[in-house]
Write a protein that binds this ligand. Sequence first.
Ligand code: MG
Length: 500
Amino acid sequence: MSKFQNPVIKEITEKYRKIWAIIHANNLLSWDSEIYMPERGVSERSIALAELNVLYRELILKDDFVSLVEKGKNEKDLNMWESGTIRVLDREINKMKKIPPELLFELQKTSSEAFQVWKNAKAQKKFDAFLPYLKKLVDLNIQIAEKLGYQEKPYDALLDMYEEGLNTRDVKAVFDSLKPGLKNYLEKIKGGKFYGVHELEGVSYETSSMEKVNKEVLKMIEYPEERARIDVSPHPFTISMGINDVRITTRYEGYDFKRSLFSVLHEFGHATYELQIDPELDMTPIGTGVSLGIHEGQSRFWENVVSRTLAFTESVKPVLDKYLGFTSKYSPEDVYRYFAMVKPSPIRTEADEVTYNLHISLRFEIEQMLIEKELKPEDVPEVWDNMMQDLLGIKPADISEGALQDVHWAHGTFGYFPTYTLGNIVASMMMKKLSGKNKIYELVRNRAFKEIKEFLKENVHQYGSSLSPKDLLIKSFGKSYSPEDLLDYIQYKYINGIEY
Ligand code: MG
């Protein structure tokens, strides 16, 4: 029986088709901009995308569509897919209504200028050049928070944009638990076998050989070729055109091959989420992943829980030896160590599993203080350096390794960073549940990737956005974001050093 039975909801999903088509086109154009578009195409492409956004807004705020959604809110006995459809649309309509288009336009315009300024400021290591933009972007975000409304703090409104239902209090509780735990583990890891740098980090490879490795690994974990692609872009990403067309990218730095390989595994996790949504939800408002945090949980699960293991290393080792060659003089245990090395570094994107969330903790605290006006933008570099010293015991060499390292603020996004940590937490919650009935390392060693995927489909993927992130976690894992599970996972792997 179809999941959509209620006549009002059926009418909504039919009308929604046009809106979905705009999202589909938007995603395809965005993908093309990163992969194929000639450089100067950007002038026309940015107009096309902006016009599509206007069209999207018009359609979703059309009187008859809005009143249909209002009608749906009063319908009785809706099933979870039907009520999920209403929840998602109501949220979107609300957001579109509350944020005036002029404010969105201002944010878009400021952030595209800010992006160019940030790039130069970072290259020249000059914070002052970016400062006026940081001030303006913080101010615009405060205005957006005020328009959206919030229960306790303005920052709540921003968090909720990226992770439905998330508030400052949730995030604070997460880091209050993670921070002391992770700092303590880091001390214990120092001097151990996972600590330091590995010589493979400096070894160069041929891009064409690494491409073969990535293709073969994707085949091994059964990336469905007839429904998915892999391409190359400077910043790896995943994008979905629909349940039967999901695309990932990776990059080739030419050295330290784990970066390229683990980007593939990370994006594969995102893609698998989109590919395993119940096909009946395709082209409906709930036919995509529910939030950034849950999504990142899927990517971190494949990148870290499944792949940064001895079991997985043993499986890929023959492929590495065949195409890269230079790995053959290392044992699987040694290559695994290369995959899992821990060392405090000033750069978030290069951070290991243990230190990564401390980088996020720092950004969360700074963002929150900026939005609450407890910290002046001009004081960010100093506060950043002090926090870095406290959390990781290191000092950035200059501002490009400090407060200017990430693109997020230049893009005008505040409240996004915490979803990275939620992802790591979700991955550890999934591992805990899966290991309860069947040890994940046995599954990986037996290359039972189908079984792992089935587990993910059953517990997370199939639902699409029908349940809110918190409801989904409670339904499948019996609790909301649980930092304790992440600490247990880190302890098991890096402190107890279980040889898996
Ligand atoms: Mg990701």
